[in-house]
Design a protein around this ligand. Structure first.
Ligand code: PMV
Length: 305
């Protein structure tokens, strides 16, 4: 198979707008891509494989390579892989972005034709080697870009037709441990299955309402749905005092809605506001002591640079 010399691939980070945790149990969720992400550069090396990475956890590069070579009958050559991340440590999806960018770069390097579905299948398989319960929503988001409705059961993706929406992101300064939180919820589900199932089912309904709000560009309604989803996450026990405090401050200053994004336990909050008050809100929340993360929406998914 023909090989290409040097490949550079960018995969965006993501945020979870509605539906975390429930998506692990087959419910849908809504997530979206951001304009910051991970760049993977891959070229043929001289002797052994070499990885230079600004991401401390290099397991995702290793599993991505392993899965790629298991599934593709190509001649293995020494490779230099360089990873640069703009999103590590915030819960913005650097692990899945690394896996997706590495798989995409390898497919390009070996000039293998591929579809988004193929990149998803290979990357998701890689991610599951490290996080066996992962729903795959983050892998799908970085591949497709924009806002997506992700089905936790079928893993199908539906892109929501939207160019941008007015949100801000604040960082709790605590890095969440997704696997531990997913395990915590799973143990709780075993202890109190009816209560937890009822919460998941309500979250599933909120996601459906969220899609309607998106389609109608009804940000006030979407904000209310985010608040309701946050209440459900608190009931699951995955919010923290710091996250609650940040959300309270955002709401106090007029946010349309605010919630944690992802597993909980730390990482970031998403704040929804009116488009014309976005800049003022950013400054106000910063002054109020919330470490704001300057990032924007991105309608684009993984791509070769
Ligand atoms: O913390 P993150 O961004 O990895 O998101 C976790 C979201 C969960 O629903 C809790 C897990 C998953 O794989 O969907």
């Amino acid at each position: 198979m023909k090989k290409t010399n040097s490949i550079r691939v960018f995969a965006p980070g993501k945020l979870m707008l509605l539906g975390e945790h429930a998506v692990v149990y087959g419910y849908p969720c809504i997530s979206f891509a951001i304009d910051r992400g991970v760049t993977v550069e891959l070229s043929e090396g001289l002797r052994a494989d070499k990885v230079t990475s600004s991401v401390s956890d290099d397991r995702f590069i290793r599993v991505a390579k392993d899965v790629f070579f298991q599934k593709n009958a190509v001649r293995r050559v020494p490779m230099h892989i360089t990873i640069k991340s703009e999103i590590s440590g915030y819960g913005l999806g650097s692990s899945s972005a690394v896996a997706v960018a590495t798989i995409t770069a390898l497919l390009q390097f070996y000039a293998i034709s591929f579809s988004k579905q193929k990149v998803f299948d290979l990357s998701y398989e890689a991610v599951k080697k490290i996080q066996p319960k992962a729903s795959g929503y983050d892998v799908a988001t970085t591949i497709y870009g924009g806002v997506i409705l992700f089905d936790g059961k079928t893993k199908q993706v539906k892109k929501i037709n939207i160019k941008d929406f007015p949100f801000l992101v604040g960082f709790s300064t605590v890095k969440a441990d997704t696997s531990t939180l997913v395990e915590q919820v799973s143990e709780q589900k075993e202890r109190e299955s009816q209560r937890i199932d009822a919460i998941f089912s309500s979250i599933g309904h909120l996601v459906k309402e969220g899609i309607q709000a998106f389609n109608n560009r009804d940000w006030k309604r979407l904000g209310g749905i985010m608040d309701e989803n946050q209440r459900m996450l608190s009931m699951l026990g995955v919010s923290t005092n710091r996250l609650d405090e940040m959300i309270f401050v955002a709401k106090h200053h007029g946010a349309l809605g605010a919630k944690l994004s992802g597993a909980g336990g730390g990482d970031c909050i998403i704040v929804l506001c009116w488009k014309n008050s976005k800049q003022i809100m950013y400054e106000t929340l910063k002054k109020a002591g919330i470490p704001m993360v300057p990032l924007n929406f991105s309608s684009k998914g993984v791509r070769q640079l």
